[in-house]
Design a protein around this ligand. Sequence first.
Ligand SMILES: *Cc1c(COP(=O)(O)O)cnc(C)c1O
Length: 400
Amino acid sequence: MTSKVIPYGKQSISQADIDAVIDVLKSDWLTQGPQVPAFEQAIADYCCVEFACATNSATSALHIACLALDVGEGDTVWTSPISFVASSNCALYCKANVDFVDIDLETGNMSVSALTAKLKLAKQKNTLPKVVIPVHLAGQSCDMAAISALAREYDFKVIEDASHAIGAKYKGKPVGSCDYSDITVFSFHPVKIITSAEGGIAVTNSAELNKKMNRLRSHGITNIPEEMTEPSHGPWYYQQLELGFNYRMTDMQAALGLSQLKQLDNFVKTRNLIAKQFDSFFSKHNMQSLIITEECYSSYHLYILRLEFSNQEQQAKFVEQLRSHGVYAHLHYMPIFLQPYYQQLGFDELAFTNAMKYYHQAVTIPLHPTLTEQEISKVQNTVKNLYQQLNSASKSTPSQ
Ligand SMILES: *Cc1c(COP(=O)(O)O)cnc(C)c1O
């Protein structure tokens, strides 16, 4: 019998999505036409934020967000170690130093108490960060009110890496409102909540930051007369004012994103319903997942269990067995500082006790809106059965 492996994440593409992209292909613009500004406006409206700057990836958006906040050589940027490498790479692109703040074990998000302690120490040593990038792991917002209070006290800027969290809410408002941050970044990679194939966006309430990001995503070029340093030479004239990049989103991507956005609330609702089913099933079997706090509505990009393993071999075997039984489990994430590239920068895992503990417990299981009831049961039972087998095997003595 061949049965399909259930992936941990999967995009949902409708006929309307396909038609939207085909319409662009038949139009006059494939790239810088009307779809990108329409998508930006729709995202800004959705998030209750003033400005949105669409890019070809969240990685690019994080890069220009750092540059817009003047991150450069000699500056320091802090983020969570339990994230995708792009959360910290963006600072390295700017030649800044990177450091990590340990996490809270219950949520997997940046710990406010660890952040507070680290800031106190950094103030004494005069090594305060210029920017802190909290990451909304699995779609749950960090404690942004507390982080933004610390930002005022210690004078740093905040970029929310909300790559997982479009459609999520914090204190009743959409993540991305930037009530507690300077800039928020979303990803539209196919594995995320909604997709534009590749794509990302940076939202902000600052006209100044938005202007800078718009310029940086397109070579540092402006054609706005008021921004230019001298009068126009003629109708062909534009000016490059700084060194920017080609980080633009295409109209085809924006059309797909715009069409997907119509489904966003449904996708997130379905993800939450499935997560609730998982919660009640796994808690019955003494298997813990990340905790969602009262002030958060998660977009449930990922469903992450925290389990007990006697060692990493056993954890690896568990994930391998899940995969061979048709449940494509994963782990989000190995702490960034364990990556060889970061190891050579000299991080000590002993400074991040919770991140290391989390790494030895976490397992991501499939969660996406296209899961059928049958697949949900299969995921639940396979995970439970294999975990119970593993536990009884590790408890039995070799002679048995
Ligand atoms: C996916 C992801 C990114 C990068 O997104 P891209 O659109 O693929 O560049 C950044 N940060 C986090 C936390 C992510 O999960």
